[in-house]
Design a protein around this ligand. Sequence first.
Ligand code: CU
Length: 138
Amino acid sequence: MPIRHYSSVRVLFLVSVVAGALALGGCGSDSSKTAGTSTAASSTAAATSGPRTPATMTVDVVDMKFSPAALTVKTGDTVTWKFEDKAPHAVQGIGDVAMGINSPIIHKGEWSYTFTVPGTYRYLCPLHPDMKGTITVE
Ligand SMILES: [Cu+2]
């Protein structure tokens, strides 16, 4: 799992490098006089706080557990639980913060939730309370 995380970060980095190169090319041909300062500023902004495409992360529900049990996402990301176990399960938030998280009982299928507020969301399967997971939204 750390390897997988590392490689996706690396892909994102490569994508932003390519996007930055494209932006530089576009600006350079139109306004060569201001390219020196303005492109440097905009590429820095894009790398740190530019618009980000929301991602969808997956939690597998299989073998009586949520996998991964702890998942960190960014604000605006969607988490999709994929139910593929022999037994039916559900996703139910624990506590006030996670109150909106409440899936139907699903045997085979998917259920998604989009996290718009940063925080730590704990949840369990109401049918098997030993099955627990946490979504951390940054
Ligand atoms: Cu369950």
